[in-house]
Design a protein around this ligand. Structure first.
Ligand code: NI
Length: 161
Protein backbone atom coordinates (compact mmCIF):
# COMPACT_ATOMS: atom_id res chain seq x y z
CA UNK A 1 0.00 0.00 0.00
CA UNK A 2 1.19 3.50 -0.78
CA UNK A 3 1.55 6.27 1.80
CA UNK A 4 -0.58 9.38 1.42
CA UNK A 5 2.53 11.28 0.23
CA UNK A 6 3.32 8.64 -2.40
CA UNK A 7 -0.24 8.75 -3.67
CA UNK A 8 -0.07 12.54 -3.84
CA UNK A 9 3.13 12.36 -5.89
CA UNK A 10 1.50 10.00 -8.39
CA UNK A 11 -1.67 12.08 -8.61
CA UNK A 12 0.57 15.09 -9.30
CA UNK A 13 2.20 13.21 -12.19
CA UNK A 14 -1.27 12.85 -13.70
CA UNK A 15 -2.16 16.47 -12.89
CA UNK A 16 0.98 17.87 -14.55
CA UNK A 17 0.94 15.53 -17.53
CA UNK A 18 -1.28 17.53 -19.96
CA UNK A 19 0.94 20.62 -19.70
CA UNK A 20 4.13 18.53 -19.91
CA UNK A 21 2.89 16.73 -22.99
CA UNK A 22 1.76 19.94 -24.65
CA UNK A 23 5.15 21.59 -24.01
CA UNK A 24 6.85 18.59 -25.60
CA UNK A 25 4.74 18.32 -28.77
CA UNK A 26 2.93 21.58 -29.54
CA UNK A 27 5.82 23.19 -31.46
CA UNK A 28 6.70 20.12 -33.56
CA UNK A 29 6.71 20.06 -37.38
CA UNK A 30 4.42 17.77 -39.36
CA UNK A 31 7.45 15.59 -40.11
CA UNK A 32 8.33 15.24 -36.43
CA UNK A 33 4.73 14.37 -35.55
CA UNK A 34 4.04 11.82 -38.28
CA UNK A 35 7.40 10.18 -39.11
CA UNK A 36 8.12 6.86 -37.36
CA UNK A 37 11.71 7.74 -36.41
CA UNK A 38 12.00 4.57 -34.32
CA UNK A 39 11.55 1.35 -36.28
CA UNK A 40 8.56 -0.62 -35.09
CA UNK A 41 7.36 2.08 -32.69
CA UNK A 42 4.60 4.66 -32.92
CA UNK A 43 5.02 8.18 -34.25
CA UNK A 44 4.79 11.09 -31.81
CA UNK A 45 1.22 11.73 -33.03
CA UNK A 46 0.25 8.09 -32.43
CA UNK A 47 1.68 8.35 -28.93
CA UNK A 48 -0.46 11.42 -28.21
CA UNK A 49 -3.64 9.82 -29.57
CA UNK A 50 -2.86 6.57 -27.75
CA UNK A 51 -2.54 8.41 -24.44
CA UNK A 52 -5.99 9.94 -24.98
CA UNK A 53 -7.43 6.48 -25.84
CA UNK A 54 -5.70 4.78 -22.94
CA UNK A 55 -6.59 7.39 -20.34
CA UNK A 56 -10.24 7.49 -21.48
CA UNK A 57 -10.35 3.74 -20.82
CA UNK A 58 -8.63 4.21 -17.48
CA UNK A 59 -11.04 6.89 -16.26
CA UNK A 60 -13.91 4.56 -17.15
CA UNK A 61 -12.20 1.71 -15.27
CA UNK A 62 -11.85 3.93 -12.21
CA UNK A 63 -15.50 4.99 -12.38
CA UNK A 64 -16.62 1.37 -12.77
CA UNK A 65 -14.47 0.32 -9.80
CA UNK A 66 -15.92 3.11 -7.66
CA UNK A 67 -19.54 2.38 -8.49
CA UNK A 68 -19.81 -1.40 -9.03
CA UNK A 69 -18.90 -4.49 -7.03
CA UNK A 70 -15.59 -5.77 -8.50
CA UNK A 71 -16.51 -5.02 -12.13
CA UNK A 72 -14.85 -6.80 -15.04
CA UNK A 73 -13.44 -4.11 -17.31
CA UNK A 74 -13.24 -4.26 -21.10
CA UNK A 75 -9.79 -4.76 -22.58
CA UNK A 76 -9.05 -3.31 -26.03
CA UNK A 77 -6.41 -3.75 -28.76
CA UNK A 78 -4.26 -0.65 -28.42
CA UNK A 79 -2.21 -1.32 -31.56
CA UNK A 80 -5.37 -1.57 -33.66
CA UNK A 81 -6.79 1.59 -32.04
CA UNK A 82 -3.55 3.40 -32.99
CA UNK A 83 -4.13 2.53 -36.66
CA UNK A 84 -7.67 3.97 -36.79
CA UNK A 85 -8.10 7.23 -38.76
CA UNK A 86 -8.69 9.36 -35.65
CA UNK A 87 -5.37 8.17 -34.20
CA UNK A 88 -2.89 7.55 -36.99
CA UNK A 89 -2.54 10.73 -39.03
CA UNK A 90 -5.11 12.99 -37.35
CA UNK A 91 -4.18 16.42 -35.94
CA UNK A 92 -3.04 16.11 -32.32
CA UNK A 93 -4.93 19.19 -31.04
CA UNK A 94 -8.13 17.19 -30.51
CA UNK A 95 -6.31 14.65 -28.33
CA UNK A 96 -4.45 17.36 -26.39
CA UNK A 97 -7.83 18.95 -25.59
CA UNK A 98 -9.31 15.59 -24.60
CA UNK A 99 -6.34 14.82 -22.34
CA UNK A 100 -6.57 18.25 -20.69
CA UNK A 101 -10.26 17.89 -19.83
CA UNK A 102 -9.98 14.23 -18.95
CA UNK A 103 -7.07 14.70 -16.56
CA UNK A 104 -8.89 17.57 -14.82
CA UNK A 105 -11.86 15.28 -14.13
CA UNK A 106 -9.58 12.32 -13.28
CA UNK A 107 -7.79 14.38 -10.62
CA UNK A 108 -11.10 15.47 -9.05
CA UNK A 109 -11.77 11.76 -8.54
CA UNK A 110 -8.25 10.89 -7.31
CA UNK A 111 -8.34 13.79 -4.83
CA UNK A 112 -11.68 12.61 -3.43
CA UNK A 113 -10.78 9.01 -2.52
CA UNK A 114 -10.85 7.71 1.06
CA UNK A 115 -9.13 4.50 2.27
CA UNK A 116 -12.13 2.33 1.40
CA UNK A 117 -12.16 3.71 -2.14
CA UNK A 118 -8.41 3.11 -2.68
CA UNK A 119 -8.94 -0.55 -1.73
CA UNK A 120 -11.89 -1.14 -4.06
CA UNK A 121 -11.24 -3.90 -6.59
CA UNK A 122 -11.83 -4.60 -10.26
CA UNK A 123 -11.11 -7.53 -12.55
CA UNK A 124 -8.83 -7.35 -15.61
CA UNK A 125 -9.92 -10.27 -17.83
CA UNK A 126 -6.78 -10.35 -20.03
CA UNK A 127 -4.35 -10.11 -17.13
CA UNK A 128 -6.54 -12.61 -15.25
CA UNK A 129 -6.11 -10.56 -12.10
CA UNK A 130 -8.06 -8.78 -9.41
CA UNK A 131 -6.62 -5.26 -9.07
CA UNK A 132 -7.32 -2.29 -6.79
CA UNK A 133 -7.99 1.39 -7.40
CA UNK A 134 -4.49 2.03 -6.02
CA UNK A 135 -3.04 -0.33 -8.67
CA UNK A 136 -4.75 1.83 -11.28
CA UNK A 137 -2.98 4.94 -9.94
CA UNK A 138 0.40 3.13 -10.03
CA UNK A 139 -0.18 2.00 -13.60
CA UNK A 140 -1.13 5.42 -14.93
CA UNK A 141 1.58 7.29 -13.05
CA UNK A 142 3.98 4.96 -14.90
CA UNK A 143 2.05 5.29 -18.15
CA UNK A 144 2.36 9.10 -18.18
CA UNK A 145 6.12 8.82 -17.63
CA UNK A 146 6.55 5.99 -20.16
CA UNK A 147 4.96 7.98 -22.99
CA UNK A 148 6.86 11.19 -22.25
CA UNK A 149 9.95 8.96 -22.44
CA UNK A 150 8.80 7.25 -25.66
CA UNK A 151 8.15 10.62 -27.35
CA UNK A 152 11.57 11.90 -26.26
CA UNK A 153 13.26 8.74 -27.55
CA UNK A 154 11.35 9.00 -30.83
CA UNK A 155 12.45 12.60 -31.38
CA UNK A 156 16.02 11.77 -30.35
CA UNK A 157 16.13 9.10 -33.07
CA UNK A 158 15.49 11.65 -35.82
CA UNK A 159 18.27 11.43 -38.40
CA UNK A 160 20.22 14.67 -39.02
CA UNK A 161 18.96 16.34 -42.22
NI1 NI B 1 0.77 3.10 -23.52
Amino acid sequence: MLTAAERQQKIDTIRRFPAELEALVSHLSEADLYTPYLDGEWTVAQNVHHVADSHMNSVIRLKLALTEDQPTIKAYHQDDWAELPDAKNAPIESSLLLIKGLHARWCILWDSLDEAAWARTWHHPEAGKILTVEDLLNTYDNHCKAHIDQIQRTLAAKKPQ
